[in-house]
Design a protein around this ligand. Structure first.
Ligand SMILES: [Zn+2]
Ligand SMILES: [Zn+2]
Length: 826
């Protein structure tokens, strides 16, 4: 594949639209152009090249993956626009789900024309060279769908419709729209009304890309009247001097226009009426019914005449079945195909008549390079005979008076003026002609600083033109959502439904009303074994989530609790397991997971040998020491108790107090002092032992009231430390060090938070009492804000900081703390 033509700066972030000519790129023939955008592929036309035969005449299908094509649109029945289609459909991996469209008359004539094409090519080429057979054509007929001009269709999110192209009966230009970007492919078009066809329409919508034929380049057609009179004069002169006139034409399309002209001229000149006009095409005869059927698609001239009689039932034209019934002794006019004298009847007649100077050959249409018709326009003195290569002197007159309904420079530039495309891709033009047209268009639109600038491209076959588009993506809100008038910055939450390139925003509760989407709820149930009592589990869950609702199940008469709005936990079986039940959802899933992990971690703790824990665990010894020191800092000298490592002795207000660091129990005669020391001990224990042992099932202290805040503080500290250890693992996010002062500040916050916990544990900061949670939350928030500061300064560190905005069903300061720690530098 050739290097693409890119016209966008790298990294623009838009979507790339590609236009790839597979044929008719800087040439005329085998029109075939692929447009790709946002994962959709549309193929315009699929023709063969008239100057080549066999595989060489096909478009470059191997440059693409035919399996990716979603839609194929055929503009008209000329072989250079449609004769490659059976090969593409039947001999390549063309997407079996792709849809193929053409207008009704095109489809009707397509079949007859291609059958004729297969018949003619099988005569002139070897069987290996035949691209496909009659069966292949029939198969394509089943897949081709027809449409009317302006009938809007959508295939796979690609919107498209056709306009009249004025070139031959049923010729269409196609406008496609993919994700708001419009591409107009003209095919062959003419903006000049003739005897039977209307002029091509100008689309009312501006295309972003115009793919336009450039057959006649910068040439301007001579006015129709002058051209017609030159033509009829040439014909009349030749027959009046006793000669024969050959008009090589393509069987259908422009031939009908020439017949209308000649029939009318003969009518007006009685002296010519003796001279026969032959139309040597059985194919055209067969297709006349199609012409009569679609009179309504032609112009008023034909429609008016049709009221009187069939305008295609010619008075002076007769059909020639074959050369055997043709008396070649008198002057005559013959229209024969093919139009470029490549082979067949027109070639045979030309070779027979070219040596006689009374005869005339008038080429009435565009000729492609490499064909005999193009060659004789260069005024050679002889030509070589197709059958044996024998040189034949060229004595007859040869003229070129084009009636081919292709746009000339005036028509093309006026069309562009009105259609106002932003990009133009030129196709269907011989390379030099196309180059001249490009220069002329550049001169017209892109000279000077003013005016409507247009990018113009002339890609070769298989060379992609890549254009970047920044399509706006609009989401339409429906249901209750649009009831509130939107304002700038308003955050909304809804479900976005994308269908093709349309986005719809709808609240979840409206889904069933406005869409086909069904909503299901998934009930989850998880049974986890527990090694402690249900009451202990309840206490642990309360400490993590800040509160639960408790009750007794009516069915099982067992206690249960619920967390958040929908996670319920109750004992099952013999009470050694709990069932966690919830409706699936991201919050409930997380809560359920947390409860399950609490159950499992409680079980782990039980499995540890308590004796080993007490006597041999270094951690326990250190904790005991810290506990004693903290008690001393609060109440003065603390002494050990002989025989019991777990106990300490101190004297307060002249009263002896013995404390048990293990059980949390305090012995003292004075009830007030006992309570005071007991409270202090609790807090110390809470600070130094992660899960104090007095939280056992048998202990009355396992109720969650006064001990709860202490525990929470410990909980908050824990993950912070854990994460601090694994800080280095974080692979992403900019180093915080790079932001001046932030690291220090963040550390300060952490230190401050720790200090508060310690103070509170010692009971010296009375003001914090009762609001410990708020204090922690605030510390978390401060760090959170810090994170936001970073976010604004650099790329996002914290994807979301939901703490502030989102109301939570349960109060969990922990995740905030964890998030922040994660963002500390390694
Ligand atoms: Zn054409
Ligand atoms: Zn063409």
């Amino acid at each position: 594949m050739a290097e693409p033509v890119k016209v966008y700066p790298p990294g623009g972030g838009g979507d790339i639209l590609e236009v790839i000519p597979l044929g008719a790129g800087s040439e005329v023939g085998r029109s075939c152009c692929l447009v790709k955008y946002r994962g959709k592929s549309v193929l315009f036309d699929c023709g063969v090249h008239p100057a080549y035969s066999g595989l060489a005449s096909l478009p470059f299908f191997d440059a693409i993956d035919a399996d990716e094509i979603d839609l194929a649109l055929i503009t008209h029945f000329h072989l250079d626009h449609c004769a490659g289609l059976p090969y593409l459909l039947e001999r390549t991996n063309f997407n079996p789900k792709a849809r193929i469209f053409m207008t009704h008359p095109t489809k009707a004539i397509y079949k007859a024309l291609l059958s004729d094409f297969v018949r003619v090519s099988s005569h002139s080429t070897s069987s290996e060279e035949n691209l496909y057979n009659e069966q292949d054509i029939l198969k394509t007929m089943e897949r081709i769908e027809s449409l009317d001009y302006h009938q809007e269709m959508t295939v796979n999110g690609i919107r498209f419709w056709a306009y009249n192209a004025g070139h031959v009966l049923g010729a269409a230009m196609f406008m496609i729209e993919i994700a708001g970007v419009r591409v107009l492919y003209t095919g062959d078009f003419s903006r000049q009304e003739d005897r039977h066809l209307k002029e091509a329409e100008i689309p009312p919508y501006k295309p972003d890309v115009l793919i336009v034929e450039s057959t006649y380049g910068v040439q301007v057609h001579e006015p129709r009247k002058i051209r017609e009179s030159r033509f009829t004069q040439k014909v009349a002169q030749a027959v009046r001097r006793g000669g024969r006139v050959l008009l090589p034409v393509f069987a259908l399309g422009r031939a009908q226009e020439l017949l209308l002209i000649l029939d009318e001229f003969w009518e007006a000149h009685p002296d010519l009426q003796e001279v026969p006009i032959y139309y040597a095409s059985m194919l055209a005869k067969r297709c006349m019914t199609v012409y009569q059927t679609y009179i309504n698609m032609m112009n008023d001239n034909v429609k008016k005449r049709y009221d009187v009689s069939n305008p295609f039932a010619f008075k002076y034209v007769s059909n020639l079945r074959g050369m055997d019934q043709f008396d070649d002794s008198q002057p005559c006019v013959i229209m024969a195909s093919p139009g470029m004298l490549q082979s067949g009847l027109s070639r045979e007649l030309f070779e027979r008549w070219c040596t006689d100077k009374r005869n005339a050959c008038i080429i009435p249409g565009y000729c492609v390079d490499g064909t005999l018709a193009k060659h004789i326009l260069t005024e050679p003195t002889s030509i070589s005979r197709a059958s044996d290569g024998k040189e034949l002197p060229l004595r007859c007159s040869v003229d070129y008076i084009t009636f081919s309904a292709h746009s000339d420079f005036l028509q093309t530039s006026q069309f562009i003026d009105q259609a106002k495309p932003t990009n133009i891709v030129l196709v269907h033009g011989e390379s030099n002609e196309m180059g001249r047209l490009r220069l002329a268009l550049e001169d017209r639109y892109n000279k000077g600083s003013e005016g409507h600038k247009i990018k113009i491209f002339t890609p070769k076959n298989t060379q992609a033109v890549q254009l970047e588009f920044h399509g706006e993506r609009i989401g339409k809100a429906i249901g209750v959502l649009p009831k509130r008038k939107p304002e700038n910055g308003l955050e909304i939450s809804s479900v976005i439904i994308r269908q093709d390139f349309n986005h719809t925003l709808v609240k979840q509760e409206d889904l069933s009303t406005y869409t086909n989407i069904k909503i299901s709820k998934i009930s989850q149930k998880l049974v986890v074994p527990i090694r402690r009592s249900f009451t202990t589990l309840t206490g642990e869950v309360v400490r993590t989530f800040g509160g639960v609702e408790t009750g007794v199940s009516k069915e099982s008469s067992r206690p249960y609790f619920t967390v958040g709005r929908g996670v319920s936990v109750e004992p099952v079986g013999d009470g050694l397991s709990v069932a966690i039940k919830w409706l699936a959802g991201y919050k409930a899933d997380m809560i359920a997971d947390s409860i399950a992990s609490i159950c499992i971690s409680m079980n782990d703790l039980v499995e540890k040998d308590p004796v080993t824990f007490e006597l041999d665990d270094d951690y326990y010894k250190r904790s005991l020491e810290v506990s004693r020191k903290m008690l001393a800092s609060r109440f003065g000298t603390v002494l050990g108790v002989e025989g019991d490592k777990n106990k300490s002795r101190l004297v307060l207000d002249l009263v002896e107090v013995v404390v048990d660091h293990h059980s949390g129990e305090v012995e003292c005669e004075d009830e007030l002092i006992r309570e005071r020391v007991r409270m202090a001990l609790r807090r110390i224990q809470a600070a130094v032992f992660p899960i104090p042992d007095y939280y056992c099932d048998c202990c009355a202290c396992s109720t969650m009231d006064n001990t709860e805040p202490d525990q929470k503080k410990v909980k908050v500290e824990e993950p912070a430390d854990k994460d601090a250890k694994s800080e280095g693992k974080r692979p992403t996010g900019p180093p915080v060090d790079s932001v001046d002062g932030v690291k220090v500040k963040q550390d300060e916050e952490k230190v401050q938070a720790k200090t508060e916990i310690l103070d509170y544990a010692l009971g010296t900061e009375a003001s914090i009492q009762g609001s410990s949670e708020g204090g922690l939350q605030e510390a978390g928030m401060k760090v959170g804000e810090l994170g936001q500061g970073l976010q604004a300064k650099d790329e996002p560190l914290l994807d979301t900081l939901p703490v502030k905005e989102e109301p939570k069903p349960v109060d969990t300061p922990t995740p905030v703390d964890m998030d922040v720690v994660k963002d500390e530098p390694a």
